[in-house]
Design a protein around this ligand. Structure first.
Ligand code: SF4
Length: 237
């Protein structure tokens, strides 16, 4: 199959991946995607959260030298950089790129004032996440994301193969059918490294100014931009 696959062609086979296998269709989708797209046309944008650890392990089985991009906002927890290092050691052939924003934190402060994330988190996410990802995806026909339907109402209708109007390409989501418990069962069974903040009630981990621990009854994304009304960084909206 050529790499000039239209969304209609992709979506027509979206339902054909068997979800009864132990990866709930994830492995099949990844095998297919890495077969269809040349390696320079597909990238996994990873946050290195729990879902990412599962996806990285599955991707490594299919494409050991896969390109993975981490949006390094310069505002991540030390534990996040620590797990990236452990992943690099465990999966040494993966090509993990740490993509920085054009503006340093000092330059952002000079242009927009201090703590932009408090006053205008959408602008901050645009500068430090959305624009860098757009730069990465400009030359890509497809990107992979760890979204799960269970994560939030805004993600409940995510498909394996999604037309991405924001980045003008295809977004592949292999883990849509996975539950939080299944993610952790996989990580523990395979003894994979993971962000230690998950053990301190941080189910979803982003930049430290915008991430809090959640109570036992909090939903998995309740600790992100808590109290601001913001629920997504803008990569998936
Ligand atoms: Fe800025 Fe917070 Fe978005 Fe990180 S998550 S880019 S600190 S607003």
């Amino acid at each position: 199959m050529s790499n000039a696959v239209t969304y209609e062609e992709w979506s027509s086979i979206s339902d054909t991946f068997p979800i009864g296998d132990k990866t709930k269709g994830a492995r099949g989708l990844l095998e297919w995607a890495y077969r269809v797209y040349p390696e320079q046309q597909i990238v996994y944008a990873s946050s290195f959260g729990a879902e990412a650890i599962v996806l990285i392990d599955l991707i490594y089985q299919v494409k050991p030298d896969a390109h993975i991009v981490f949006l390094d906002t310069d505002l991540h927890f030390p534990e996040t950089y620590d797990v990236i290092q452990k992943i690099e050691e465990r999966f040494p052939t993966l090509r993990i790129e740490k993509k920085k924003p054009e503006l340093t934190l000092d330059e952002q402060r000079e242009q927009f004032g201090s703590a932009l994330w408090k006053r205008d988190p959408n602008k901050c996410c645009e500068i430090r996440k959305v624009i860098p990802l757009r730069e990465t995806l400009t030359s890509k026909q497809a990107w992979i994301s760890g979204l799960r339907r269970e994560q939030s109402p805004t993600r409940a209708n995510t498909e394996f193969i999604n037309k991405d109007d924001k980045f003008k390409n295809i977004k592949l989501c292999p883990l849509i059918h996975w539950t939080w418990d299944e993610v952790w069962e996989y990580i523990k069974q395979k003894d994979l490294p993971y962000n230690q903040l998950h053990d301190q009630n941080y189910p979803s981990i982003g930049c430290f100014p915008c991430t809090q621990a959640v109570g036992a009854d909090g939903d998995s994304r309740a600790g992100r931009w808590s109290g601001s009304g913001k629920t997504e960084c803008g990569l998936h909206t």
